[in-house]
Write a protein that binds this ligand. Structure first.
Ligand code: TRP
Ligand code: ZN
Length: 890
């Protein structure tokens, strides 16, 4: 357990290391109770640094001996580091022997046990929990690793790179020796010792090299690995095709593990994955799970170049690899989705999650720039800002330089920095230098404010049509609100993609004043200053501006459009993202108005008719309709208003959903009937869109039945639940019953549990579904507390813990924010309990109350009290301490 010392690490204090570690030779005698680690390091003094003692990181280690060039030396422990006085030689060999206890490692960082196997997780600072080391990403070495262990317990012994040798030892033991030819930082080291089986595929890359791809899972899970393998092959092909980046290893392995803190990890040649992002069959995984696997397999695979071949100089540069790799996985998923509409559906999903997770983060106590300036625990900065906003910032570059310019920038980035640990500045510079005539190169310093300034910029737009001159003038201004410690922010580089629609929906040709002819109906205006005015000429009709198409910059847009304008966009915009957005804005306006009034919430006919038109529109894809018919989530709305009352918001939104269920009953019936997939199951965009819309329709029909007392649709839902041939349909029907608190919900849940009680990932769904059901009279919260006692529930498996705890805090505001504060009391107890087990998980859970200052009373005071109670605990981990202290400061 780490102590809660407030050691703050600052970006400005970066210094190159005093020593380099060139080669690493590790030998493991593997045992769950006590593993012996022998490490032999070839070290060189960094002659550019002052002579200093050698200081090595180490945590929870039992040190047996230290030798320098074969001789014992004196050493001491200082500030949690192992200090060895400066050896005389400028290059020497350091040998260390220590032990670790994997089965006691509940943090799941370092070497730990999961089931009967042993696994590692070293990012960000887990390697120091295996052996003493310069555990920082700018120290890159070539690793040779020998694994020794019981052959029956651990028939599979894996590490990074290529297998050099394997064979039997005495006493039923065996060994394997691995060598990774690529220099890498310690966070990319991995080992696995377990009883696993592999799906294998041999592929030849475009460059003609042969590779062996392997997906390792527990016995019995092999038939659930086809989609992961297909995704891996597709990732390989895509990266070669789009970026000219081939696989550089003979062998590429993915290993699935039950207990894992995050989604997956890109260890060189040996990716380790949460089972959730590997295992899928039609019977056990939903369409969303299949998509998640494709995107995470892609993400980790793409890290091989963006992260591993070029890594981060220090952890402040985390977005260098994460923002860029998220951008790459988003592009990959869009390319895999196929049609323009399917791409837009992907984009809408990405933006929704950015707004629901990153926007609130950027407005709260954890607000930080994409490249943070200080941290206590780096694990706390694997955030939506670093990942998702980081990706949007990369997308800004892509928008400014175009797809070819971006590819050229990537090529230059690899030409300059392959094999090195670099910074976000280096990336931006390569992109600019490869595109010298682009707005990026002309405004590089303005662009780089995306890395240094936190907060979500506000973009205000007003348009003015002048019929006499046939001009349309667009006034754009930007403002980035001050945050604690961040005043006076400078304007940022915003690409604003625009189109103009005549009121009949026609897309108008775009010609700016000073240009001699119109160029298309869609273009990008570039803002570099606080205010800009753009005048379009030869505009033959009054029009509605469609701004920030495709969400071309991660900002909050105030375009001042009226309901009438938004209805034009919703019906006609050629940009599918803005078409969806117009509907969301109409809905948000109505929710806002209802929150500000005491009258019962009611949707007006204009809105309902617009929704009816969407449902009836035969040209729209089902996947798009499903997104358009969903009202903005409570989580999103809560971030859009100040002084939020979560109970009032819930009742307003629920009333509106009831209204849509009632007013569009006939359309929901038609949509349900029209979207039955009769072909064999495929998790593709077309089928999954149909299933999504059918499931939404079913939910609405069962909801309507619960309002009228009708029993037909609940009966049909139960039947569909029983007969379903895939998990998406089965879970959709179950959800329709549970969410409407139908009498058939419990029998369905019992049956679901009986069917899947041996499927860990489905049990997670069993808990999550109940934890996320719309709250009604406190029943859902009571159910969550009861489910904590369920024999299948445990806090030690992160997926299972999340299935109930995060379902409550992140997925169910009305169950969590209660007037009697019971949700907050529960939260505080759980943060304290989890922190003793797994600080990374605890500190993520702790973030549930980040936005407490935005709550209305009595929630606000009660939330503060709960945070203060956690803060009063003296022995919090530094992970949780950082989150709690920041939250308390507001
Ligand atoms: N680098 C991993 C990714 O984005 C993230 C990750 C996996 C991680 N496990 C972790 C980060 C543990 C911190 C701690 O793909
Ligand atoms: Zn990543």
């Amino acid at each position: 357990m780490r102590e809660g010392t407030a050691n703050i690490v600052r970006r400005e204090d970066y210094l190159a290391p005093a020593y380099w570690i060139r080669t690493v030779d590790l030998t493991f005698d593997l045992d769950a109770a006590k593993t012996i680690v022998a490490s032999k390091l070839f070290i060189e003094r960094n002659l550019e640094q002052m002579e200093q003692p050698l200081r090595l990181h180490g945590e929870d280690l039992n040190l047996l001996r230290v030798l320098v060039d074969g001789q014992s030396v004196s050493f001491r422990h200082e500030d949690g580091m192992l200090v060895i006085d400066a050896p005389q030689q400028s290059a020497f060999t350091l040998e260390i022997r220590n032990t670790v206890a994997p089965e006691k490692n509940t943090q799941l960082s370092g070497l730990y046990a999961s089931g009967s196997g042993l696994f590692t997780q070293c990012e960000a600072e887990g390697f120091r929990r295996i052996t003493y080391f310069l555990d920082r990403p700018d120290v890159m070495a070539v690793y040779t690793v020998t694994l020794r262990g019981d052959k029956q317990k651990y028939p599979v012994l894996l590490s990074n790179g290529n297998l050099l040798e394997q064979g039997d030892l005495d006493n039923g033991r065996h060994f394997a020796k691995w060598h990774d030819p690529f220099r890498k930082p310690s966070y990319l080291f991995a080992l696995v010792a377990a009883d696993l089986v592999a799906r294998e595929q041999r592929v030849r890359s475009r460059s003609g090299r042969d590779h062996l791809l392997q997906v390792f899972v527990k016995r019995g899970d092999l038939e659930k690995t086809e989609h992961a393998m297909n995704s891996l092959v597709a990732s390989m092909i895509w990266d070669e095709h789009r970026f000219n980046l081939p696989l550089d290893l003979e062998r590429f392995m993915i290993v699935a593990v039950d207990d894992f803190n995050m989604g997956a990890m890109e260890n060189k040649g040996l990716n380790i994955f949460n089972t959730k992002y590997v295992l899928a069959s039609a019977a056990t995984a939903t369409d969303a799970d299949f998509d998640g696997i494709e995107s995470v397999v892609g993400h980790e695979y793409f890290h091989n170049w963006t992260g591993n071949r070029i890594t981060c100089q220090d952890w402040f540069q985390l977005s260098l690899k994460e923002g860029l790799t998220v951008f790459r996985d988003q592009e990959f998923s869009m390319d895999m989705a196929g049609s323009a509409s399917a791409r837009a559906v992907r984009r809408i999903g990405d933006v929704r999650s950015l707004r629901e997770r990153q926007f609130p983060e950027d407005a709260g106590p954890m607000s930080h720039p994409v490249r943070p300036d200080a941290y206590q625990a780096i694990d706390n900065f694997y955030t939506a800002t670093v990942y998702e906003k980081g990706s949007e910032v990369v997308r800004v570059i892509h928008t400014l330089v175009g797809q070819q310019g971006f590819a050229a920038g990537m090529a230059l980035y690899f030409q300059r920095h392959d094999g090195f640990a670099v910074t976000c500045d280096d990336f931006a510079q390569a992109m600019a230098d490869a595109n010298p005539y682009s707005p990026l190169a002309h405004n590089l310093d303005v662009f780089k404010r995306w890395y240094s300034q936190a907060g979500t910029p506000r973009l205000t737009a007003r348009g003015e049509y002048n019929a006499a001159n046939a001009t349309f003038t667009l006034y754009l201004s930007q403002h980035n609100p001050a945050l604690p410690g961040q005043n006076d922010k400078l304007p940022q580089l915003l690409p604003v993609a625009v189109g103009l629609l005549a009121r009949d929906g026609t897309a108008l040709p775009l010609q700016l004043a000073g240009e001699d002819h119109a160029v298309g109906t869609d273009r990008v205006l570039v803002m570099t200053e606080a205010q800009h005015t753009f005048t379009f000429v030869n505009v033959q009709a009054d029009c509605v501006p469609s701004l920030l198409r495709g969400f071309s910059a991660p900002v909050v847009l105030d375009d001042g459009l009226t309901d009438a304008d938004l209805l034009v966009l919703m019906a006609h915009d050629t940009d599918a993202f803005n078409r969806w957005e117009a509907g969301q804005r109409l809905a948000l306006n109505r929710i806002r108005a209802a929150l500000n009034s005491d009258a019962p919430a009611a949707l007006d006919d204009a809105f309902i008719e617009a929704m009816r038109a969407v449902l009836n529109d035969t040209r729209l894809d089902p996947a798009f309709k499903e997104l358009a018919l969903l009202l903005p989530s409570e989580v999103y709305v809560a971030d859009q208003v100040t002084g939020i009352d979560p109970q009032r918001l819930h009742s307003v939104r629920e009333a509106m959903v009831d209204q849509l269920a009632t007013a569009l009953h006939a359309e929901w019936e038609a949509a349900f009937a029209a979207n039955q997939v009769r072909a064999g199951y495929k998790p593709d965009a077309v089928q999954s869109g149909q299933r999504a819309l059918a499931n939404l329709a079913l939910t609405m029909l069962v909801r309507h039945a619960s309002l009228t007392g009708d029993t037909v649709w609940p009966g049909r839902a139960y039947q569909r639940f029983k007969d379903a041939s895939n998990m998406t349909d089965r879970l959709g029907a179950l959800e329709a019953l549970v969410n409407s608190h139908s009498e058939l919900a419990q029998p369905a849940l019992d049956r679901f549990h009986a069917l899947f009680r041996h499927e860990a990932l489905v049990l997670d769904k069993f808990f999550m579904l109940q934890g996320r059901a719309p709250e009604k009279d406190g029943r859902v919260f009571a159910r969550i507390k009861q489910l904590m006692q369920h024999p299948d529930f445990t806090l030690t498996n992160p997926n299972r813990a999340r299935s109930l705890l995060f379902a409550l805090t992140a997925g169910n505001p009305a169950a969590f924010h209660r007037t009697d504060a019971a949700g907050y009391v529960f939260w505080a107890d759980m943060v304290i309990t989890l922190d003793t087990l797994n600080p990374q998980l605890a500190s993520r859970f702790a973030r549930a109350l980040d936005r407490w200052t935005n709550l209305a009373e009595p929630y606000r005071s009660a939330a503060r009290e709960a945070i203060a109670r956690v803060s009063a605990k003296a022995d919090l981990s530094s992970d949780t301490r950082e989150i709690i202290d920041r939250a308390l400061a507001g």
